[in-house]
Design a protein around this ligand. Structure first.
Ligand SMILES: Nc1nc2c(ncn2[C@@H]2O[C@H](COP(=O)(O)OP(=O)(O)OP(=O)(O)O)[C@@H](O)[C@H]2O)c(=O)[nH]1
Ligand SMILES: [Mg+2]
Length: 441
């Protein structure tokens, strides 16, 4: 990074949540940050990286808006890589509105678009795309697993993996191009076997990364647990018990629940979306029919199913529910307080009997689903699609008889991998690699 790098546009925004609070921070980034600070405080800009107690005034009326702290970060030593000023104010809607109003009237200052600070940081090379996505994930993290995954992605560890496979791909490409471009030079035939070996091991490591049971994406999006069963089996009652709130309507009327009701839960640090669905049965009612079809769709997509059977009706067990049982299903007999429970897992939403044990069992299943602490490098479908594309291209490159075609495939594979981190220039790496060759002597 160069010593000083300032982009033309100066942007500002409230960096903290828009709510009444003890402190609110307004961030300004760009070449105009220092002068905006000077305008508001009627004083020279503070020394970089030090908090300076400041009186913020309206520059036109001279009226005091608030008293607080100002911190100035000089480019490139800031989050965005541009000059940045942070105003630490009281979290008052009136103060915030007035300061934002003053800034918006300064020529060359613009209210930041969503994500523009991070985008600027990316463009200034402060972070790559994976790290930027990790930052977004950290801000959205609700469970400890989501937080750890986001921090890992932000740390550059994940980027390192992609950089390594990209560099290796480009090295192979360089070898092959050298072979084509300098046929008279002393490039041994072994080059042709060497690159295949490298690509083969790259493919193995990519394919190991891809077969991760999608656990990284699940940590981001949450694991889905769907409750299914006949009408009146006690699905909504169980959902409310597990969620510890009245999320769904419970009634003795069979066919109460129609829409899918989602409750977000934290189970052992893992994010889980627990869903209540319409009771399964043949129905002539159009709305109920739609609800049942939605229930079936969600059951089909579920990571774990909780299949409920009314324990008080045993040995009768609902046939529609039975049809949907598979290895990811926990069979549960409800209404154990009414007696007559079979040999399965018995719970009572009414008395709470069996609920703790059920939660332990669900926790076990959730841990199993996430692969017991295994962590994945892939956290989004975007990464998976590009990495799959790269794997296919590497395979094609190995199979092609013509070196020129293999080169093209390697180039496209490097591009696909580069798109994951946002590094798409091939030439820079080629230059580095070529400079190590003693071609032409
Ligand atoms: N005694 C007893 N009654 C229960 C229990 N769980 C649910 N019920 C009753 O069973 C009836 C149906 O409960 P819901 O939770 O609405 O059943 P559901 O499966 O969601 O029903 P639909 O939404 O119609 O498909 C209600 O009258 C509940 O009070 C339980 O553990 N014990
Ligand atoms: Mg219900």
């Amino acid at each position: 990074m160069t010593d000083k790098k300032i982009s033309g546009r100066t942007i500002f925004a409230l960096a903290t949540a828009p709510a009444k609070s003890g402190i609110a921070i307004i961030r300004i980034s760009g070449a105009g940050a220092a002068s905006a600070l000077a305008l508001l405080t009627d004083a020279p800009c503070a020394a970089p990286n030090f908090a300076k107690y400041s009186v913020f005034k309206n520059p036109i009326s001279g009226e005091v808006i608030d008293k607080g702290l100002a911190i100035y970060f000089k480019a490139p030593h800031s989050f965005t890589g541009d000059d940045v000023a942070e105003l630490h104010l009281h979290g008052s809607p009136a103060v915030i509105r007035e300061i934002l109003g003053v800034l918006s009237r300064v020529a060359g200052m613009y209210a930041a678009e969503p994500g523009e600070f991070t985008r600027t940081a990316f463009l200034n090379g402060k972070l790559d795309l994976l790290e930027a996505e990790g930052l977004a994930d950290l801000i959205n993290a609700e469970t400890s697993m989501q937080k750890s995954q986001a921090l890992r992605q932000m740390s550059g560890e994940v980027s390192g993996f992609y950089q390594e496979i990209r560099t290796k791909t480009i090295s192979c490409l360089a070898l092959l191009e050298a072979y084509i471009d300098f046929p008279d030079e002393e490039i041994p035939e072994s080059v042709l076997t060497q690159w295949r070996e490298t690509i083969k091991s790259l493919r193995q490591s990519i394919s190991a990364t891809l077969s991760d049971n999608k656990c990284g994406e699940r940590v981001r999006d949450g694991l889905s647990i769907v409750i299914i069963g006949a009408p009146n089996a006690g699905k909504s009652s169980l959902l409310n018990r597990l969620a510890r709130r009245d999320a769904a309507i419970v009634s003795q009327h069979a066919g109460t629940t129609r829409d899918v009701i989602e409750v977000h839960m934290d189970i052992a640090g893992y994010p889980v979306v627990l869903m209540d669905t319409a009771g399964l049965r043949q129905s002539a009612d159009e709305v109920e029919e739609e609800g049942i079809s939605r229930a079936r769709v969600r059951a089909g997509q579920a990571d774990i199913k909780l299949a409920l059977f009314d324990g008080s009706k045993l040995p009768e067990m609902d046939a529609h529910t039975k049809e949907l049982l598979d290895e990811n299903t926990i069979v549960i007999f409800t209404k154990s307080d009414l007696g007559a429970n079979g040999s399965g897992f018995a719970v009572s939403a009414k008395t709470g009997q069996g609920i703790e044990e059920l939660l332990v069992l669900i926790e076990e299943k959730v841990r199993d689903s996430f692969g017991r602490g295994a962590s994945s490098l892939i956290t989004r479908a975007r990464h998976r699609n590009l990495l799959t594309e790269a794997e296919l291209l590497l395979s094609a490159a190995m199979e092609d008889k013509e070196i020129e075609l293999s080169c093209e495939e390697l180039r496209r594979a490097a591009l696909a991998i580069g798109k994951i981190t946002g590094k798409i220039q091939v030439d820079d790496v080629l230059d580095v690699i070529f400079s190590q060759f003693c071609i032409g002597k």
